[in-house]
Write a protein that binds this ligand. Structure first.
Ligand code: BTN
Length: 243
C-alpha cells in the first residue's frame, strides 16, 4: 500500500540507514531489506549479528520507515510484534509468542526482535518518521555469545526463505501500523494477550523488582504483582525466574 521495497546486499544497518535518510529530509515510506548487515543493532545498545557464513541461511533483516502521528506511541512495538506473529503463525499452531516488550519467542527461545526508533520531522511537530527494524532468524544460528539458544523459523517450516517471510509479513505490518496510528494499542491488547509468554510467570525486572506477571494493560504497559502491590512498568528488561 504505497510503500516501496528496496533490497541491498550489504549495509551497516537498515535502521541506521533510514534514520540517516530521515535526518537528510527523506521521509518516503520504504521497506529497506538487507541480505547482510555489518553493524546490525538491537535494543539497549546490543548488536544483532548477521550470519558470518554465506552457506548458512540468513536471518531476515529489514526496516520499515514511514511518517506517523499517533496520539500516543506507547504500545507500538507490541502492536508490531502482534502483526508479525499473526502473519507467521496465524492459528498459533507453532506457539509463536511475544515476550514484552518486543521479542518474538518460540518456547523459551528468541526467534526475532524488534527495534523502534523515530526521527523528528520538524521541531514540535506531532508527526515523526518511524523506523521499525525487524530481525527474524530463518535458518540455524550459532548460539555463541547469546544468553539463551535462539529459535529459527526453519525448525517448523524447513522451506522458509527470507524473501518469502517478508512477503508474508509486509502488507499486514503496514495495515497494522495504520490501525495503531488511528486507534492506538487498544485493538491490539487482546491480540497481544493471546500470545503473551510472560503472563502468569514469575519475573525479574532489570531494576531488581520481582513478582508475578499479570499481563499487559490497555496502554501496553507490563503489569507485575509484587509483594508491595501491583506495579505498572513502561520500560525495563524482563527475565523469567526459573520455577
Ligand atoms: C532486539 O532484539 O534487540 C532488536 C533486534 C532488531 C534487529 C533488526 S535487523 C534490521 C534492523 N536493523 C538493525 O540494525 N536492527 C534491526
Amino acid at each position: 500500500p504505497g510503500v516501496s521495497v528496496e533490497i541491498v546486499s550489504e549495509i551497516d544497518s537498515t535502521s541506521s540507514e533510514l534514520m540517516r535518510r530521515a535526518r537528510d529530509g527523506n521521509h518516503a515510506p520504504v521497506f529497506l531489506v538487507a541480505e547482510r548487515q555489518t553493524a546490525g543493532r538491537g535494543r539497549l545498545g546490543r548488536d544483532w549479528q548477521s550470519a558470518q557464513d554465506a552457506q548458512q541461511p540468513a536471518s531476515l533483516t529489514f526496516s520499515l520507515g514511514l511518517p506517523l502521528a499517533p496520539r500516543d506511541w506507547s504500545g507500538l512495538s507490541l502492536a508490531v510484534g502482534v502483526s508479525v506473529a499473526e502473519s507467521l503463525d496465524p492459528s498459533n499452531a507453532a506457539g509463536l509468542g511475544l515476550k514484552w516488550p518486543n521479542d518474538l519467542w518460540v518456547g523459551e527461545h528468541k526467534l526475532g526482535g524488534i527495534l523502534i526508533e523515530t526521527a523528528l520531522l520538524q521541531p514540535d511537530a506531532a508527526e515523526r518518521y518511524l523506523v521499525i527494524g525487524i530481525g527474524i532468524n530463518i535458518g540455524p544460528r550459532e548460539a555463541a555469545g547469546m544468553r539463551t539458544p535462539p529459535a529459527w523459523l526453519q525448525q517448523w517450516r524447513p522451506q522458509a526463505t527470507p524473501a518469502q517471510v517478508l512477503r508474508e509479513i509486509a502488507v499486514p505490518l503496514v495495515e497494522n501500523v495504520q490501525l495503531f496510528d488511528a486507534r492506538g494499542f487498544i485493538p491490539f491488547a487482546p491480540r497481544f494477550a493471546a500470545r503473551d509468554v510472560l503472563r502468569g510467570r514469575e519475573v525479574r525486572l532489570s531494576d531488581g523488582t520481582e513478582g508475578r506477571c499479570e499481563g499487559v494493560g490497555w496502554g501496553g504497559e507490563l503489569l507485575v504483582q509484587t509483594a508491595s502491590g501491583m506495579k505498572t512498568i513502561t520500560s525495563a528488561e524482563v527475565s523469567v525466574r526459573p520455577a
